[in-house]
Write a protein that binds this ligand. Sequence first.
Ligand SMILES: [Zn+2]
Length: 162
Amino acid sequence: MRTSSRSIKSVEWFKSVSRVDADGCWIWTRIASSDGYGRLNYKHKICRAHRLALFIAGGMSRKEFYSTSNVVMHTCDKPKCVNPAHLRVGTTADNVRDRVNKKRGAFGERNYGARLKENDVYLVRALAKCGWCNDEIAKVFPVITASGIKQVVNRSSWKHIK
Ligand SMILES: [Zn+2]
């Protein structure tokens, strides 16, 4: 199977390089980033596999695809899934809300023993860049306090993540 941009013509290509699981998810089997999302080279740029899959499937416009002000979210909650039917375009705020809802479901009440996941670290830092204060971010991640958020943002914790 060739991996050049030329061979990425259709959404079927994404299915062909994925493992289809019981939920109908197309689990990307190729290179993934450290944050768990599949990635590939497209037109000389590294991009996220799920984002490209949605674009190729016609689920987002070219303008949306090249914009940095939106995120492609997984309704199935599997970062490696590239099935366009499980993907939708949302704003960064949608993504946060989605996580909060899912976290509420998963934890019920605050679980002080739980820790941030690697994916969360990226999101925490992205939110800080968008101007969110530590208290606001801490509300989104009940597993960590505002001072803990501060450490993540100023990189005194999670140093190994760029
Ligand atoms: Zn899926």
